[in-house]
Design a protein around this ligand. Structure first.
Ligand code: TXA
Ligand code: MG
Length: 343
């Protein structure tokens, strides 16, 4: 199959509708990352999503709908605060996990009694969803475990030959996936952090809890969080902000061995490092917006991506560090004895 990248217009929308209604897949832009969309009510389509990504079958999908879609056809709204969240953040990078009514394929929910719903804040995506007027299941449009795509070309790199059409909506502004929020309880619980932060939710609802699924060995409430994620194809290493001299030493010694190391850091520390750099920006939002783009640039040019933890003081740092610490291996001296030598 020859994968086409198409601008969003009448022709590509018509073609995409045919593809979706034939239970095939279309990649679509959103304001966070690109999604790999298929008809949520179709077992056949949803099975193809899992297959195209190589995704574990116990990791449920988010269903995307346009802003005028009545999603109470799909889920129960159990608490009044949910309407306040909808008013404040939808459309936007917030996914709500609610009890479902059994209207979509069981493969979407992996047999859970809840369904994740999202209304993307992206004009082209809204046009696509409105044109279809159907619930679209869509994980990020990358091969499982790889960095999520934020341009149509990134999707092409991962899924070329596996899908017919990628709708091109430009570079995603948000840059990291939506906040996943369980709203089935009295107090909402963040299952995956993102650009809608705990503090933003607290300001609307009054309270918000956060489950760090990586630290929690009990029941994993957002199954996706237990897997390795977001990893670029080159070697990666993540340093603390107070380890810059060590990061520099590793860079210099790798270079001396004929390797290609590249730093990835925010603009505040970049002037303290000497060598090739991928700069992420200054503010939390800017860094989130650049993170996957730079990771994917890094894997093309570097043998070793040497990343420095970020700390802007912004509420968004939680979401960015959650991704960065899963994408890059924390520095351990024993991994680099042959390059750095014993202490
Ligand atoms: O921004 C986004 O959310 C992007 C764009 C394409 O919309 N989508 C995305 O999908 O990141 P995906 O499949 O890569 O991540 C979905 C996350 C996973 O961590 C999954 O475990 C969680 O949402 N999830 C989905 N349904 C759930 C449910 N019923 N209960 C708990 N977690 C759920
Ligand atoms: Mg994903």
């Amino acid at each position: 199959m020859n994968t086409k990248i198409l601008k969003i217009n009448d022709n590509s929308l018509k073609l995409s509708k045919n593809i979706i209604e034939s239970n095939e897949l279309v990649a679509m832009p959103t304001e966070t990352v690109y999604g790999l969309g298929g008809l949520a009510t179709s077992d056949v389509a949803v099975e193809k999503i899992f297959k195209a990504k190589g995704r574990p079958s116990d990791n449920p999908l988010i269903v995307h709908v346009h802003k005028d879609y009545d999603f109470t056809k799909l889920v129960y709204v159990d608490h009044d605060y949910v309407y306040d969240l909808i008013n404040a953040f939808m459309p936007g990078p917030l996914t709500l996990v609610m009890r479902h009514k059994g209207a979509v394929s069981k493969l979407v929910t992996c047999n859970l009694d809840t369904l994740a719903i999202r209304v993307p804040d992206h004009e082209g995506c809204q046009e696509f969803l409105k044109y279809l007027d159907l619930p679209i299941a869509a994980p990020s449009a990358n091969v499982s475990k790889h960095t999520s795509p934020v341009t149509a070309e990134h999707v092409y790199d991962d899924l070329n030959g596996k899908i017919e059409v990628i709708l091109d909506g430009g570079k995603c502004k948000g840059g990291i996936e939506s906040t996943v929020l369980d709203v089935t309880k009295q107090v909402p619980v963040i299952l995956r952090s993102g650009l809608v932060t705990a503090e933003m939710i607290k300001r609307v609802v009054g309270a918000c809890e956060y489950v760090d699924n990586m630290a929690d060995s009990e029941v994993v409430r957002s199954p996706g969080m237990k897997y390795v994620h977001y990893t670029p194809k080159c070697n990666t290493v993540l340093f603390e902000r107070n380890e810059l001299p060590l990061a520099q030493e590793l860079y210099d010694k790798l270079l001396a061995k004929g390797k290609v190391p590249v730093f990835m850091c925010d603009d505040k520390v970049s002037h303290k490092l000497c060598g090739e750099k991928l700069q992420l920006g200054v503010s939390g939002e800017e860094i989130a917006s650049n993170l996957y783009y730079k990771l994917l640039e890094g894997e093309k040019i570097a043998d070793y991506l040497i990343a420095i933890k970020i700390n802007t003081g912004s509420e968004v740092d939680v979401g960015v560090m959650n991704r960065l610490s899963k994408a890059c291996k924390p520095f351990k001296r024993e991994d680099y004895i042959d390059i750095l030598g014993e202490l």
